[in-house]
Design a binder for this molecule. Structure first.
Ligand code: URA
Length: 434
């Protein structure tokens, strides 16, 4: 087989065979196929697309390019969750203990944040002592003992995706649905999950800017899951504003704890209950999604969801005193109010702008090498649809420096206030299942 023939076939819009797709991915991973041919291939896929069978082969070829995590020693159906990246998105911190509290095993590998979206691991590391590295045996044992473990990626999972993603980044081929879908799904499948819940964010601050492209991505990922014998559901969710009120690592830990105790923000609570219901249903811990939701609501009300969070933090060596007394979490030196400059209804809170301001305060990384400042961030006082008077506090900046003029300007520019009542978009546009 010759790479040039495979490129030509895809360029002409033909369906590739499984052998051709495996030839491309194996050859690229081991260096036999050079970057210039792989770039041409990625561009051919960008323009011609791929059908479900091809996307599934591409996904599985990338899974086979590296290590895979074997979760068969964990009892039950292992359900993972993935978000395409949101600002203030602390859903995993709520979901993981919540679904574990009703007996659905959570064996999760999470990532760090880069740019305007935060990573679950960074948030967990805001808790003193919390360990994100466990051996594979310790990881499996912990899930079997307490039903939950969340760790950083171990092993060399999907090296083909790492190499191809870096190439796509510099060849204008990132935003291709078959390439994004296979990239995300290969990582989830290599991490050992039997079923996957996918939170596909839609909005100006998200990867997918409009509902149609988000839906196409969601359908592609659910299709790959189906073809590879896994269950999946994708949730098209709104990023017209950050999730909840808090952005920043320790601030988000506090908000996640509030939510587990039943007094969190409405949007975060609802999203956690909806995605959590599917996770519990897929894990066969409830007969229906509706029954699963009732179990989750009950465990928030009776304290079991929060108790599972404590158990999880303690198992991974986090200092319990810190979450029992949230004043012991890292805090910023200054809490600086931002005042609204107009009167009216809040129409939009640009997630990307708020995420960017939080990052420049130190809550996120601009480059992989940057250190995180766990105590800093932003806490909003209002959500889209709320009324505000000029001069009222619209947000607080938690900062470790006094001069935050730049961040105040970013926040004020990112919050759009109109005279008429805002058109609040639904939190969840659509749920796509197979
Ligand atoms: N996230 C991924 O993991 N891969 C992509 O290609 C795009 C977003």
């Amino acid at each position: 087989m010759r790479m040039v023939d495979v490129i030509e076939k895809k360029r002409n819009g033909k369906e590739l065979t499984p052998e051709e797709i495996h030839f491309v991915i194996t050859g690229y991973t081991n260096g036999r196929i050079p970057d210039y041919q792989m770039s041409a291939f990625a561009m051919a896929v960008f323009f011609q697309g791929m059908n479900n069978a091809e996307m599934t082969e591409l996904t599985m070829a990338m899974v086979e390019s590296g290590d895979t995590i074997d979760l068969t020693m964990i009892d039950g159906v292992k359900v993972d969750k993935h978000s395409t990246g949101g600002v203030g998105d602390k859903t995993t911190l709520v979901l993981a203990p919540l679904v574990a509290s009703v007996g659905a095993p959570v064996a999760k590998m999470s990532g760090r944040g880069l740019g305007h979206t935060g990573g679950t691991l960074d948030k967990l590391e805001a808790i003193e002592g919390f360990q994100i590295e466990l051996s594979e045996t310790a990881f499996v044992n912990q899930v079997n003992e307490i039903g939950i473990a969340v760790i950083g990626q171990s092993g060399d999972l999907t090296p083909a995706d790492k190499k191809l993603y870096a190439l796509r980044d510099v060849t204008a081929t990132v935003d291709s649905i078959p390439l994004i879908a296979s990239s995300i799904m290969s990582k989830k499948i290599a991490a050992g999950s039997d079923a996957i819940c996918l939170d596909v964010k839609v909005g100006s601050g998200a990867f997918m800017k409009d509902i149609d492209s988000a839906k196409a991505l969601a359908q592609a990922m659910v299709g790959i899951a189906h073809h590879s014998g896994r269950k999946a559901a994708a949730f098209l969710t709104n990023m017209q504003e950050p999730l909840g009120f808090a952005i920043g690592n320790a601030l988000e830990i506090k908000e996640a704890i509030d939510t587990l105790k039943g007094h969190g923000p409405q949007d975060l609570t609802e999203l956690s209950l909806i995605i959590g219901s599917y996770m519990v249903y897929f894990a066969q811990k409830a007969e229906s999604v509706e029954e699963a939701r009732k179990l989750l609501e009950a465990n928030i009300a009776n304290g079991r969801a929060y108790a599972k969070f404590e158990e999880f933090i303690q198992a991974q060596h986090g200092n319990l005193a810190v979450i029992q007394n949230l004043e012991l979490l890292p805090t910023a030196v200054y809490t600086i109010p931002v005042y609204a400059t107009e009167t009216g209804y809040i129409q939009e809170i640009e997630a990307i702008a708020l995420g960017h301001a939080a990052m420049t305060l130190g809550a996120g990384r601009q480059t992989k090498e940057d250190a995180i400042d766990y105590g800093v961030g932003i806490v909003l006082t209002k959500k889209v649809g709320d009324f505000i008077n000029e001069g009222d506090v619209i947000a607080y900046l938690h900062a470790n420096r006094e001069n935050v003029t730049n961040e105040i300007n970013i926040v004020l520019t990112g919050i759009h206030i109109e005279e008429t009542l805002a058109n609040k978009l639904p939190l969840i546009y659509e749920i796509i299942t197979d």
